[in-house]
Write a protein that binds this ligand. Structure first.
Ligand code: AMP
Length: 425
């Protein structure tokens, strides 16, 4: 591999043409499946005013404190590349008064997010998410349907094994009491916690619960669990979600340590993991955020969503058996080579006509011998190659070679679509 003066920035990836069919499969599957559950696609900017994220995700979260790409002021407000999409989507929902037209909204998105994290396998500074948000209802049955959708997405893609973890984060009624209790308990062991958790104690105490440090895990193992301290409404909600998942035969493990990194969650939170991925094993996650719309200036409304990391899903598919390809869409039907430039001009005319009939066709533009053009034809993986020389051109004919058998046939140019089995339109 040659070195060039310019290289991509650390934590950013190029998706080369051979990788793109896999990405398309993830996107196509999302569009088909999410639409079948009543979700509509929305596209929002990759850049927002940064206070949208600090207000919604939380000032003291890792994402806002350390991981946002923030830019110079516009007026006196900073701009930031979006570290996730939920906040932007809710902002758009309010800005365009979508709920005035239809109070219950089911929306999905596909696109890049940016976090200034230390790059490693499965952790990039630009990564891509597919996600859904259902806004305007607080029914736990919606949580069940949404979790079923997340599970089905991975199943439809062929991710063979993953684990679903479930927890409840309570609500503004019950969470403050639990937070006080946690503070009391953790205060006693505060000095033994890792440096990060020491900081989290004052700034974001719940994150101590999901610290990966072995010492922290060990010394916090007997800390009271939030699900034993839920108010009646949260408790009932959690019970309904669990029984709903069981009704659908969706297996999950209850994970009292699952807190997720964002402040806006209330009640249900969940995560999907592929343990074979190592340290960065979360394929996706989500939860309910009944206070989020109000936090960014709207009326209070129930809402729930999830986001899946597309890089992680691709890694998981790679590890566990293969990335789906949509050959039929990406492959060429025909490659064309010519003896001289006059013939090439004719090929361009033929190609233009075939393309209007939905035939995928390419031709060679290089000034090379027929033999080396045929090598390019071979590498193009088109099942047929058409060869045009002066003699064929005079007769308005063309020679077509079937690449797997090597069989050649000279046919009238007008017969190409039917010869390729593509004469329906
Ligand atoms: P989060 O809401 O932070 O849990 O993100 C949702 C999903 O996005 C995660 O489960 C990951 O699959 C993916 N994700 C988050 N951050 C990154 C990153 N820096 N690089 C790659 N994928 C990420």
């Amino acid at each position: 591999m040659g070195t060039t003066e310019f290289q991509k920035p650390r934590g950013f990836e190029d998706h080369l043409p051979e990788d793109v069919p896999g990405w398309n499969a993830l996107e196509d599957t999302a569009r088909d499946l999410f639409t079948s559950f009543g979700y509509r696609e929305i596209r929002v900017p990759h850049l927002e005013y940064s206070d949208l994220f600090s207000r919604s995700i939380g000032e003291t979260t890792d994402i806002v404190e350390k991981e946002m790409f923030t830019f110079q002021k516009e007026g006196d407000r900073n701009l930031a590349l979006r570290p996730e999409v939920t906040a932007s989507l809710c902002r758009a929902l309010l800005e365009h008064h979508l709920r005035e037209r239809e109070p219950f909204q089911k929306l999905f998105y596909i696109g890049p997010c940016f976090r200034y994290e230390k790059p490693q396998k499965g952790r990039n500074r630009q990564f891509h998410q597919v996600g859904v948000e259902a806004i305007g209802a607080s029914d736990p049955l919606l949580d069940v349907e949404l979790i079923q959708l997340a599970v089905r997405y991975l199943e439809n893609l062929g991710v063979p094994s993953f684990d679903l973890s479930l927890n409840s984060m309570g609500c503004p009624e019950c969470r403050p009491d639990y937070r006080s209790l946690l503070k009391e308990e953790l205060d006693q062991i505060r000095d033994d916690l890792c440096e990060d958790c020491h900081r989290r104690f004052d700034r974001n105490i719940f994150r101590i619960l999901d610290c990966k440090n072995d010492v922290c895990r060990q010394i916090t193992r007997d800390i009271p669990e939030i699900t034993d301290h839920l108010c009646e409404s949260c408790d009932e909600h959690f019970e309904e979600v669990r029984s709903g998942l069981s009704d659908f035969g969706i297996e999950y493990s209850q994970s009292p340590r699952l807190v997720r990194g964002l402040d806006y969650y209330t009640k249900t939170v969940f995560e999907l993991k592929d343990p074979s991925l190592g340290a960065q094993d979360a394929l996706g996650g989500g939860g309910r955020y009944d206070g989020l719309l109000e936090q960014i200036g709207g009326k209070r409304a129930g809402g729930i969503g999830f986001a899946m990391g597309m890089e992680r899903i691709l890694l998981s598919l790679e590890n566990q058996g293969g990335i789906p390809h949509r050959k039929e869409r990406d492959q060429l039907d025909l490659y064309m080579v010519s003896i001289n430039r006059t013939c090439r001009r004719e090929l361009l005319r033929i190609a233009s006509k075939l393309r209007t009939k939905g035939i995928n066709v390419d031709l060679n533009f290089e000034d090379r011998s027929l033999k080396s053009q045929m090598r390019v034809a071979n590498r193009s993986e088109a099942p047929y190659t058409a060869i045009l020389g002066p003699d064929e051109r005079d007769q308005n004919e063309i020679t077509v070679k079937q690449m797997d058998t090597g069989e050649e046939k000279r046919i009238p140019v007008d017969d190409l679509p039917s010869f390729l089995g593509k004469d329906s339109n």
